[in-house]
Design a protein around this ligand. Structure first.
Ligand code: ADP
Ligand code: MG
Length: 287
């Protein structure tokens, strides 16, 4: 039977905006020694701003039009930023064969032209002859009918409480803090240095995030639990695999909230240390 105090732990956590789906997760949180974070939407706001538009052989306006139509059906934070920068109306009927390729980008047909908008991985996969942009930020490369037409740079901001969140985890005795991201190395390293994250893995596909998590599990005991914290865009499988999967409830997708064991109502990463603290206190009461 489950001690009543576990339920009071769940109740107490919920008052702090932390929804725990079962008392077994309170128990698991007590033994966490590794915390793994997703980057975009988790440690960063996931609100991007367009900081540069670089057309190649077409006008800036035309490049933005291609980018906006490509992103018009996507829920990704990158898509939202490009659309709010574009501002003009988009006739969705002009978009055909819409395809969103996780951790790569978008493929559509627009006015009978094949548009690709995404990262270097997408350009390579589609055999586009592009030139690498030397920019700090997330670069969205665009090709039209397989011809490279330039790029758009967008930048995200670190959440106000992310730095404090990592500091509190270290103070709570967490051994390692890891970040997994589908974004590029440069952006990933910047965020990690800023926040004091121990290990970073960039350019990951959703299934590679699961593989990295599996690697982190190797040689672990029952008393060395792993938490994964994500916003659920492209990381629902990792949320499901972790000992404790924690999702951002505000920004997060329904799939993420479903896959997660714990949901944070306020999207603040500092709530991770709070969850561990509550779990530790709850168990002390049990004993
Ligand atoms: P993270 O792991 O940091 O949360 P994602 O896995 O959601 O990031 O995305 C990884 C990368 O895939 C992005 O940084 C971007 O380069 C590319 N990407 C994903 N979705 C899109 C999109 N809708 N448009 C353009 N690029 C995208
Ligand atoms: Mg994310």
């Amino acid at each position: 039977s489950i001690p009543l105090t576990f339920f009071s732990g769940i109740g107490f956590a919920s008052k702090k905006g932390i929804l725990v789906k079962g008392s077994n997760y309170i128990e698991a949180l007590r033994y966490v020694d590794t915390v793994v974070f997703d980057k975009t939407g988790t440690l960063t706001k996931g609100v991007f701003n367009v900081t540069k538009v670089k057309p190649v052989g077409i006008s800036e306006e035309k490049l933005l039009e291609y980018a906006a139509f490509a992103e018009a059906n996507s829920n990704h934070p990158i898509a939202k930023s490009i659309l709010s920068y574009y501002k003009k109306d988009i006739d969705l009927n002009k978009i055909e064969n819409y395809e969103e390729i996780a951790a790569h980008g978008i493929r559509i047909k627009y006015n009978d032209e094949l548009i690709l908008a995404g990262n270097e991985k997408l350009m390579k996969k589609e055999n586009i002859f592009y030139s690498q942009a030397k920019e700090v930020g997330t670069v969205v490369y665009i090709s039209v009918n397989k011809i490279y037409r330039g790029y758009v740079v967008i930048s995200d901001e670190i959440k106000e409480d992310s730095k404090d969140a990592i500091k509190k985890l270290k103070l709570a005795g967490i051994k390692q803090v890891v970040m997994l991201t589908g974004d590029n190395d440069k952006v990933a390293q910047n965020v990690a240095n800023e926040l004091g994250i121990d290990k970073v893995y960039a350019n990951l596909l959703p299934n590679e995030k699961v593989n990295k998590l599996e690697e982190l599990y190797e040689g672990r005991t029952e008393k060395e639990k792993v938490i994964f914290v994500g916003d659920g865009i492209n990381d629902a499988p990792v949320l499901a695999r972790a000992d404790v999967g924690i999702a951002m409830g505000g920004l997060g997708s329904d799939a993420a909230i479903e896959a997660a064991d714990v949901v944070l109502m306020t999207d603040e990463p500092s709530k991770i240390a709070k969850s561990i603290e509550i779990a530790t206190k709850t168990n002390k009461i049990v004993m």
